[in-house]
Design a protein around this ligand. Structure first.
Ligand code: ZN
Length: 573
């Protein structure tokens, strides 16, 4: 999968469908969305045929539980979070070509066609099992909503599918004294029928394909673990009224929907279909999903590896005619101030809250510089502050600002004629091209962290160049040297407006406006003479505002209060 090979290929990028049962937090963004957006923005600048697809995952039991608790319909729950998350993504500059939702008819139809194809091939097994049933609400209860005593270790909060204390897998009937987690009701066990995907049958062909690919270590290790444990039969239907109905004309299928892990990845395909309709060429989705020339990349967090590296490819292979993922850059987790994110305890930084107080770019930069690519990483407010103040403002922002201010003061706001460039000037211009190529290689290989450092290193170099050249002195003694220095600084600034735009799209756009540059930008042009001598520049704008200690302190304290509250609760339990 060399980068030269990819140049001519179409690229289809997906990010894990966020669940429409709650707001987005920074852990989501660092895992599956920001790295994908940076990759896609870079590929667009390279002029490649790339589309970026995502949408809300709107099915599953937790949505029906939320709806019941609030006394509203599941549709109202997903409408609320779909809108909220879509807006938050937009404010952060996540540039999907299409953001769909799995409650739409196009998705129901697509997901059903996959089930039907497997069913007609005779792949699916029908099995009877016992499930908890709530007589009061007259419906089956999902295993994870029933608690009882573990028959193995006597832990009293074991769930219907697993005991978190001893780690053993359980059958609902194993649980002693089962109780509904929602209202304490004693559930009954009832017989039910489900359709199963016999993963073991497909394991060998899957393994062959998997071993032929270059995967990240974490993806490889997770998958080997699952494979060695044995891939058994997995149910792909559920007793539930909210979801994609099982498309069978069969009494046994009544009141059942497709299991959410089965239908959600198919959501990438239905979202691409919806996109194709939107751009007025309804067959165009096939030119991505059904053309082996397409390079398919799934950006996900590590909790989704099994679905994207095993289950979804197995389904695609078995149904046939679809491309398979070539890269799955799964990220590890982000912790906040050294603690695990916990949505149930409200220990998280919610994207929406962040964006009400701060601009998008400093967050994008901080998360990119600290991306959890190979191990869990930590977000702290003080690190965020220093990334913003000491790097974005003091290095990048300062360089651009001093270059522009100097040009306005002493060259009437026009790009100076450079005259003869000396070795140091030439080396600075060459550094732009080297950075462009290094940075491109980082983005191509999904190494956002190293890329972000490469970008800031160019800004450091440029500041040093400005200092060493001391134009405030040469202005009086050697005006032609001073002109050459500012010419070079402005070329660096103009190149930065391209090179920084995948990570810092907001500031890049501002900078481009000030420099009088034009869109569309092209990656390969960075490092060429993009600003002609004599062209006029606008007044500089501050690209990055510094953030005060008190503001940061307030954020630290509010998180500490939530963490302290949680410790208090545990003590009193
Ligand atoms: Zn146990």
């Amino acid at each position: 999968m060399g980068s030269s090979e990819r140049k001519t290929r179409k690229i289809l990028v997906t990010s894990a469908l966020p669940y429409a049962n709650g707001p987005l937090h920074l852990g989501h963004i660092a895992g599956a969305y920001l790295p994908a957006d940076i990759y896609v923005r870079y590929q667009r600048l390279k002029g490649r045929d790339v589309i970026y697809i995502c949408g809300s995952d709107e099915h599953g039991v937790p949505i029906t539980v939320s709806a019941d608790q609030e006394g509203i319909s599941p549709q109202e729950v997903v409408d609320r979070y779909h809108r909220m998350n879509k807006e938050a993504f937009e404010s952060l500059g996540i540039s999907f070509d299409h953001y769909s939702r799995t409650s739409l008819p196009v998705h129901h139809e697509t997901a059903q066609s996959f089930f039907t194809a497997l069913f007609q091939k005779g792949d699916l097994k029908v099995k009877e099992s016992e499930q908890f049933y709530s007589p009061r609400s007259r419906r089956f209860l999902p295993d994870r909503y029933v608690e009882g005593i573990c028959p193995h270790c006597r832990y009293d909060k074991a769930r219907g599918d697993q005991c978190d204390h001893c780690g053993k897998w359980l059958e609902p009937a194993d649980l002693i004294n089962p109780r509904s987690k929602m209202d304490g009701e004693i559930p009954e066990l009832r017989k039910t029928v489900h359709w199963y995907l016999p993963m073991g049958q497909f394991a060998d062909s899957w393994k062959k394909w998997f071993e032929s690919r270059q995967w990240k270590d974490n993806v490889r290790n997770y998958c080997r673990g699952w494979y060695e444990e044995g891939l058994g039969d997995r149910p792909i239907t559920r007793d539930l009224h909210w979801g994609v109905p099982v498309p069978l004309d069969d009494e046994k299928a009544r009141g059942k929907v497709l299991y959410v892990w089965f239908d959600a990845p198919i959501g990438y395909i239905s979202a691409t279909r919806e996109w194709a309709d939107k751009v007025g060429d309804s067959d165009r989705w096939k030119s991505y999903w059904k053309d082996p020339e397409t390079f398919l990349v799934h950006f996900i967090g590590k909790d989704n590896i099994v679905f994207h590296a095993i289950l979804f490819p197995m389904i695609l292979m078995e149904v046939g005619g679809y491309i398979l993922p070539e890269a799955i850059p799964a990220n590890e987790y982000l912790t906040i101030e050294g603690r695990k994110i916990s949505t149930s305890q409200n220990y998280a930084i919610w994207l929406k809250d962040y964006l009400e107080k701060f601009p998008a770019d400093p967050l994008r930069y901080t998360l990119a510089a600290n991306a959890p690519e190979t191990k869990d990483t930590d977000f702290s407010w003080s690190q965020f502050q220093s990334r913003n103040n000491d790097e974005l403002a003091d290095i990048l922002g300062n360089f651009v600002n001093r270059s522009l201010t100097f040009t306005h003061r002493f060259f009437k706001g026009r790009v100076p004629e450079p005259g003869k460039l000396d070795e140091v000037d030439q080396a600075m211009l060459k550094a732009i091209q080297e950075t462009r190529d290094d940075l491109g290689a980082c983005f191509e290989q999904f190494e956002v962290r190293r890329g972000t450092k490469t970008l800031m290193d160019l800004c450091r170099k440029a500041n040093k160049y400005f200092n060493d050249k001391a134009p405030w002195e040469t202005r009086k003694t050697r005006p032609e040297t001073c002109a050459a220095t500012l010419y070079v600084c402005l070329q660096v600034s103009r190149a930065l407006s391209v090179l920084m735009s995948p990570v810092l799209p907001g500031a890049a756009e501002k900078l481009l406006r000030v420099l009088g540059g034009e869109k569309p930008l092209s990656w390969d042009e960075a490092g060429t003479e993009l600003l002609r001598p004599g062209s006029r520049l606008r007044k500089p704008e501050i690209l990055f505002q510094k953030i005060d200690d008190e503001v940061i302190q307030r954020e630290i304290e509010s998180l500490a209060a939530i963490a302290g509250q949680d410790r208090e609760n545990k003590k009193n339990r």
